[in-house]
Each structure stands twice: as structure tokens, then as C-alpha cells.
Design a protein around this ligand. Sequence first.
Ligand SMILES: *[C@@H]1O[C@H](CO)[C@@H](O)[C@H](O)[C@H]1NC(C)=O
Ligand SMILES: *[C@@H]1O[C@H](CO)[C@@H](O)[C@H](O)[C@H]1NC(C)=O
Ligand SMILES: *[C@@H]1O[C@H](CO)[C@@H](O)[C@H](O)[C@H]1NC(C)=O
Ligand SMILES: *[C@@H]1O[C@H](CO)[C@@H](O)[C@H](O)[C@H]1NC(C)=O
Ligand SMILES: *[C@@H]1O[C@H](CO)[C@@H](O)[C@H](O)[C@H]1NC(C)=O
Ligand SMILES: *[C@@H]1O[C@H](CO)[C@@H](O)[C@H](O)[C@H]1NC(C)=O
Length: 293
Amino acid sequence: MSFQRLLWSPLLSLVCFVLMVPVKTQRGSSQEYRVCNLPFRCGNLIVGYLFWGGDRPSACGYPDLQLYWENDMPTMKMNDLSYLVLNVDEKAHILRIAREDYFDGICPRRFGNTTLSPVFNYTNEYEIRTVLYACQLSASLSGHFTCSFPGAAKKDGYIEEGANGSGACAISVIVPFPKSLVLQGKENKSVLKQALQDGFEIKWNISYAECEKCIESQGNCGYDYRSRETICYCRHGIFNSAAACDSSQSNQGSKESPGLGVSSNDHNKSVLNKPRKIALGNMLIRQLGLLFH
Ligand SMILES: *[C@@H]1O[C@H](CO)[C@@H](O)[C@H](O)[C@H]1NC(C)=O
Ligand SMILES: *[C@@H]1O[C@H](CO)[C@@H](O)[C@H](O)[C@H]1NC(C)=O
Ligand SMILES: *[C@@H]1O[C@H](CO)[C@@H](O)[C@H](O)[C@H]1NC(C)=O
Ligand SMILES: *[C@@H]1O[C@H](CO)[C@@H](O)[C@H](O)[C@H]1NC(C)=O
Ligand SMILES: *[C@@H]1O[C@H](CO)[C@@H](O)[C@H](O)[C@H]1NC(C)=O
Ligand SMILES: *[C@@H]1O[C@H](CO)[C@@H](O)[C@H](O)[C@H]1NC(C)=O
């Protein structure tokens, strides 16, 4: 009882607050500022915000845009399928990716439809097709291929328009396919195989405007899981998407000490300076958000 009363005594709370604030907020904000400055590197690919992964923690990018470094290739995952990331055009907001399961050929070991995360759309050069497996075909169908499955008598497969179910075949897999190769891909299985290996382009629909403002103010962009928006990590605190870093904070000692008579030594210890309070509030809210997510 007396311990609890002691714990909740206002004086002790104040002491705890004063002791904790500078340490926690300084670590929290400057750490994210620092790590979100690091790019994701893998082979020839070097990207920053909106992406995260590798040295970049999740606070540095959008949830759907996590990159991995696997077998010397940058990859990403969507709905249980793994994709090789062949190119990232950050200006045009376009990713070129290819299904990893089709990298070695047209007969994958496991089947899954291509399903994009909600932030993506296909670019105009691609359309949805269905690859069908284990069909009973008349031998004359041009462009058909064969895949042998353990225990399956039917081995033939082919590609058709649209997103369809398996119909007369056992398995159907929905894939994006280049419009320019639709006819050749239907007739010629090596064209089909190559097109699946070469992958497809998807466009992300996320505004970059807030991040530009942040970078101009010497901040580093990240993602706020609570508000689901871009957030700006500044050297001296975290700002939401509507704000940019306060440039006066980068040389705060010289700006404030003459008028207020605070030496830079005192200033470092000052608890109640504004950006730190904002940072603490944001951090607590974000951590609570993650806890209850
Ligand atoms: C994708 O395109 C459809 C219509 O073509 C549109 O309704 C949807 O908002 C787009 N999604 C994104 C993330 O851009
Ligand atoms: C597949 O679906 C498309 C529409 O998405 C349709 O036009 C086409 O006829 C269907 N093909 C078969 C064989 O059912
Ligand atoms: C792909 O989607 C189609 C239509 O939604 C479905 O019939 C088919 O079973 C799916 N294929 C796989 C491998 O999940
Ligand atoms: C199929 O396409 C490949 C590559 O474009 C080509 O070399 C081959 O001659 C084509 N085969 C047929 C039967 O058209
Ligand atoms: C982007 O997504 C928004 C909804 O989030 C939608 O209204 C808009 O049309 C999309 N823009 C494009 C180019 O797809
Ligand atoms: C106060 O901060 C400045 C710059 O942020 C630093 O150069 C200086 O060493 C710090 N002083 C103390 C006592 O920590």
C-alpha cells in the first residue's frame, strides 16, 4: 500500500518524468532520423523512403513496401508469393517485379495467384491472364506446354484471356502479362516462359509531396503507423506529415542563448523544449498504437 502511494506521489512522478524525458526522446527521435537516412542496398538496387527493409526499420517506409535481400537478389512479398525486384523507378513510382516461382520455368512447385497489395496497380502495358495446368487438351492446341505433377495423369497447360477459374483443368493461376506479347505468348511457349520471367510493372499510388517538404527541411521521411501517413524525422524531434523540420533547431544554441541567457550547456539539459515534447508525445502514441495494433 505504502509503496503504491509512494509510486503515485506527484513529486516522484515529476522526478521520473524529468529523468526519463531527455534520455528517451533523444534516443527515439535521433535514432529514427539516423537510420531512415540509410538506403536499402542490394546488388545494383539502392532505394530509400518509401521502402524499408535491411538496415531500414519499419518506421522508415510503408508497410506494403518491405524489401528483402535473398540469394543476392532484392525481393518483396505480397500475399505469400515472393517477387524479384528488377527495377525501381522512384520518380515514376514504378516497380518492375517478377514472380520468383516462374524464374526457373513455367512449372512452379506451388501455385498461387498474383495478388497486388492495395497500394499498387498494374501499368497500362499489362493485362490479366490465366495460366491453366493439368488440362485435358486436344494435341493440336498450339503453344501448350507440359508440366508433370506427381500422381497427376494430365500434364498439359496453356494461357487464356482474363481472370478465370480452372474450368476443365485442375489448376488456374492468375498472372499479369504484357499486352504486346499476348498473341505470341498464346502460340509459343518459349515466349510465354520468357514473359513470365521478365516480370511486369506496377505503379504505387502514394503521394511523395509531404516527403519532399521534409527532405527540403533536412529531415528524413518515414511512416507513422498510427496516422498511416508520411512522417518527418528531424534531428531534434519528430514532425507529422503536415510539417517540415524547424531549421532553427539545427543551431538552437546560437539562436536562443543570447536572448534568454541560456548557455548551450544548460540548453542540452533543458527538458521542456518544444520539439522534444512533441517527440515524446508522438513516440508514446506510436508505441501504444503498436501495442494495441
Ligand atoms: C487502381 O485502379 C483502379 C481503377 O483502375 C482505381 O479504382 C484504384 O483506386 C487504383 N488503386 C490505386 C492504389 O491506385
Ligand atoms: C475468361 O474470363 C474472361 C473475362 O474475364 C472472358 O472474357 C473469357 O471468355 C473467359 N474465358 C474462358 C475460357 O472462360
Ligand atoms: C486463382 O483465382 C481463381 C479465381 O479467383 C481461382 O479459381 C483459383 O483457384 C486461384 N488459383 C490458385 C492457385 O489459388
Ligand atoms: C518462339 O519464340 C522464340 C523466341 O522468340 C523463337 O526463337 C521461336 O522460333 C518461336 N517458335 C515458333 C514455333 O514460332
Ligand atoms: C490513388 O488512390 C486514390 C484513393 O486512395 C484514388 O482516388 C485515385 O484515383 C488513385 N489514383 C490513381 C492514379 O490511381
Ligand atoms: C550540447 O550540444 C551541442 C550540440 O548539440 C554539443 O556540441 C555540446 O557538446 C553539448 N554539450 C554538452 C555539455 O553535452
